[in-house]
Design a protein around this ligand. Sequence first.
Ligand code: ATP
Length: 233
Amino acid sequence: MANDLTIKNLNVWYGPVYAVKGIDIRIAEGSITAIFGANGAGKSSTLKAIAGGIKYQGNIYIGENAIDNLPVHQRVRRGIVLCPEGRGIFYNMTVKENLLAGAYTNSRSNFDIAFSVFPFLKERLNQIAGTLSGGEQQMLAIARALMANPKYLLLDEPSLGLAPIIIQKIAEVIRHINETLKITVVLVEQNTSLALNLAQYGYVLENGRVALHGKSNELKNNPVIQEKYLGGA
Ligand code: ATP
């Protein structure tokens, strides 16, 4: 489609550490696309590069337009919004202050969207974010990202450290965001079965390279994926 996100020959170094080694990824507009792989495979670095938060070599396009020269806030304006690993919320600030922090490029009207996805936040606006449960904090982090009016929501390990029942809730939210709000989702996950159940398409990263990519159904049935990433299921 016209506004796919295309990543071409992406390379990331941290000093001497060569973390991302020439990755090509296409994120179809309207899709949920999963990126998975072991610790240190380069998943977070890839997301951070797309968001503009780290230096990289290579090219990232929205449709035909390269965005490599744009700083983070201008990418946010074009709809690229990162919900970082570890949530990145402000623990000493209220829920409301956290939400407003996400809306810095926008009018404040996005509260309605955030509340439509997470009604419980309406009752918690004055609660200090650090006193929310882990699952609620993750929901706040996603709500804050929604405040920036994303077209492309980059989710880094949203299930990390959460109980299965909460993970289920987060999964429903991700599906809703994609299907109802029509937001393209890039989902980085170590929980491979969650990622493949939600996404239409997946990329497997190993040591900074794309080891394999394909439709989720094909990946689920791939014996190597089953053995290495689905616990031999
Ligand atoms: P995880 O799931 O553990 O977060 P990941 O697949 O997201 O892993 P990255 O976080 O992208 O992987 O890390 C890729 C490589 O880059 C790793 O070897 C990591 O140690 C290294 N790395 C990441 N950030 C930095 C940094 N700020 N300084 C130095 N090395 C880094």
